[in-house]
Design a protein around this ligand. Structure first.
Ligand SMILES: [Zn+2]
Length: 389
């Protein structure tokens, strides 16, 4: 059996958390790996009244195998009974005594040495300085371009100044050291992005500035294409959410295959793009795109955390045609325990998959270990030009 526990890990996709999470309740802790909690935790508009949701969310947490897995492993790590109230009390005692030290212990155990931080939708934005105070680890900024649109829309009613200020925000993020822009256009108007003229974008902006994001497709498409141009010219990556997600998602246009015409087009084929969440649950389609398009890479987050029981099968699917030099580990966690359990589980599943493929003659034990090192760490180091931490 391959032992990957000592290998270092870059988590390619995390969201920042606040210092106030040194104290959490047991629903928050369990919910940090429960996809069903997304209906309350990450939607922009309430999906259903919380009093209506609470009983079913409790049932969903209690019957989620990933939640059980976190409970068992965290109890063992804390050396307490596998009971949520006991585990939560013990976890809060450690975190409140020194959140950075507790987090460092978890990260050391999982081998985590670097996090790519998608700032998410939190307002005010949680900066890397703020996160760094409680997460002693190398942090890299991934700047959410949709947040620039969100913040500028109420402030600017004329297209020329709106677009100029959007460009200034992109510049400022690059100056600030961002390694990538992140687009969640799959949550706004869908992945079927089409290049349009600035005149068309301006007309759409004037007609739909106050409308829903779905109705703003033309100018949002224009801005994403512009962002891709800037990213390509300035050597910055584009991280694009290509997967399902919480109920805000434009589900019918979230399949990564919708992006193919754009990423294949002569204008954008030199852009360096990571499909965040590996297309989950359309993993095979995302892996095929990464196999076909030379500058498209695959991040396995979201499924790696919210689909922990099934990591092996998805890994097999990504490895069927996609070179392992193009696969990046990520979890999509936003609490230290979630990052820890995601990396721990993934290492275990990756070891099983690679041992199986070694037995079948696809690689030698040394090559299997090299593949693991690339997926867990060295691909990210190469892509983003990092020093070996
Ligand atoms: Zn995410």
């Amino acid at each position: 059996m391959l032992d990957l526990s000592g290998l270092p890990v870059v988590d390619n996709h995390v969201h920042p958390w606040r210092a106030s999470t040194s104290h959490v309740d047991q629903d928050q802790l369990a919910g940090s790996v429960a996809f069903s909690d997304g209906v309350i935790a990450s939607v922009r508009e309430p999906f259903l009244p919380s009093e209506q949701l609470a009983p079913s969310l409790k049932l969903f947490r209690d019957t989620n195998l990933g939640v059980q897995y976190l409970l068992v492993h965290l109890a063992r790590f804390l050396d307490v009974e596998p009971d949520w109230s006991v585990v939560t009390r013990a976890r809060n005692a450690r975190a409140e005594a020194g959140y950075a030290a507790w987090t460092a212990r978890l990260f050391h155990d999982a081998g985590l040495d670097t996090l790519c931080v998608d700032e998410g939708g939190a307002t005010p934005r949680i900066t890397l300085e703020e996160l760094g105070a409680i997460a002693p680890i190398r942090l890299l900024r991934v700047a959410r371009s949709d947040n620039f649109i969100r913040d500028l829309l109420p402030a600017e009613n004329a297209w020329p100044t709106f677009f100029r200020r959007y460009q200034e925000e992109l510049d400022a993020a690059i100056r600030d050291g961002a390694i990538a822009f992140k687009s969640v256009i799959a949550y706004r108007s869908g992945l079927d992005v089409e290049p349009v003229s600035e005149a068309a974008a301006r007309r759409d902006f004037e007609a739909h500035r106050h409308a829903t994001p779905r109705e703003q497709k033309v100018f949002r498409d224009f801005l994403l294409c512009h962002t891709l141009d800037v990213a390509r010219e300035r050597g910055v990556w584009l991280h694009i959410h290509a997967a399902v997600g919480d109920p805000d998602i434009v589900y019918e246009r979230a399949n990564p295959a919708r992006l193919y015409p754009l990423l294949h087009s002569p204008r954008f084929r030199a852009n360096r793009v990571v499909l965040i969440h590996g297309g989950w649950p359309w993993v095979g389609e995302a892996a095929a795109m990464a196999a076909i398009l030379p500058n498209v890479y695959l991040d396995v987050s979201e499924g790696a955390l919210f689909g922990m029981p099934n990591v092996r099968q998805r890994l097999m699917e990504t490895l069927e045609a996609c070179p392992y030099a193009k696969i990046l580990y990520g979890a999509d966690g936003s609490l230290p325990e979630a990052l820890w359990i995601g990396a721990t589980r993934f290492k275990h599943a990756l070891a099983q998959v690679l041992a199986h493929l070694t037995d079948e003659g696809f690689c030698s034990p040394d090559q299997a270990r090299d593949a693991a090192r690339l997926i867990l760490h060295d691909n990210a180091v190469r892509l983003y030009g990092l020093s070996q931490a």
